[in-house]
Design a protein around this ligand. Sequence first.
Ligand code: KIV
Ligand code: ZN
Length: 514
Amino acid sequence: MTNDHVKIFDTTLRDGEQAPGFSMSTDAKLIVARALCALNVDIIEAGFAAASPGDAAAVRAVAEEIEGPVICSLARASKADIDAAARALEPARRRRIHVFLGTSPTHREAKLKLSRSEVVQRIGAAVAYARGLCEDVEFSPEDAIRTERDFLLEAVTTAISAGATTINVPDTVGYTTSEEIYDLFRFLTANAPVGVIFSTHCHDDLGMAVANSLAAVRGGARQIECAINGIGERAGNCALEEVVMALATRRDFYGVGTQIDTTRIFAASQALARVTHNPIPRNKAIVGRNAFAHEAGIHQHGVLNDRRTYEIMDAESVGVPSNAIVLGKHSGKHALAARLKALGFEVSTQRIEDVFADFKRLADTCREVTDADLVRLINGNAQTDGRIGPWRMRRTELRVDREDDTRPYARITMEHDNGARRTVTEEGEGPIDAAFAAVCAITGVAGRIAVLDLHHVASEGVVRAEAVVEVDGELFSGKAQEVDIADAAVAAFVAAINQAAAIRQSGLRLVVGA
Ligand code: KIV
Ligand code: ZN
């Protein structure tokens, strides 16, 4: 491996999964592991085998199925933990045991109750034992950043002499600064025995995990530990998508790269959000809905002429289908005309002038003007109830019975403008999931929920829902406002499905999604 290659060690399934609200079943972990494999990460830390039988089973399941990346399990510096890791990793084609032990004064005194020499002795014994079971051993001096430099060097040197092949230097508490970590990596790489890879593992308590990881790379780190969507203990870990795109976008500055297939980033991020039920914040770098969206008229004009005016990366390079010009009250005529053209309309300048006035009026009443809104504006075919599209909800019945073994189900009745009325019952993971399935079955539109935002507005006693639904690779959005949270979610989903149906009816195919 050349010195300009930075390994990506993904810890979404270990450090990420450890965080409150992000625990995953083995099936969920496998979904994420497949996405990580498609991303081409170098190492997947699949769990902490000794933590629980469930964790061990998940590590084993990932080790059995995933080919390509090295599969890793975390272990404390004890024989029992290392044995558990080795057992769980048995089926892996390529495996790594990651041993850790606290080295800072606080960890030594408050947690371990060990002297410096006892810590060193334990590191040597544990790494040597792990090395007897596995060729590839990583050692982490936990809380390295707050460890005395001379002692950190002693701990690291001991681990290397005992057979560690990677030395990870964790900023366990997210305390360091870019200048400090750069200097630390310069010190370690200059003074520790050669032949190992130095790795960085930064937490985001002060919002500096990505910047600090990049500084560590400048100081000599050639492995970055990170997690999709930046999940991890407390404020999280260094976000994989951010650090990878920083290295790719500023290769001129850092001079190093990764082997990540960046076009798989968006899919991996979405998969994680879906299985952990944690939506991605709209303004999240790289993978948030706004990351490549432009609403302000001046920005839209610039991007339409040359996207480099306001974009430093192509949306396609991270797997987002296209840069999204979001039409709203800040949008100008250029953007409106461009979107209508993309939708297949040949519209004269005069017609744009006429439609623009209606467009601005509509934009004042909602957060975002959708493609279906535009189709309606240009065709003047709004339904009398303001609905866009041919389907209307007639009955919703959702049921969950925790007492018996039946799965949650939904019974939905809908009516088409042509008078057809259909009722379908579907089961699902939950009643809303079942309702979505029933709506798809009724309308014949195979939609997959991509984003569901729900906001309870206490002052108005309503729930506002916004759904983004993927149909055949295109995104449709729908909004609704109801008193009940389930009604709001289902109504927003129906609105998005209706948009897809309306666009299909008009014979158009979308080029851009919102
Ligand atoms: O943050 C940390 O110190 C860790 C180690 C176990 C690597 O996650
Ligand atoms: Zn950590």
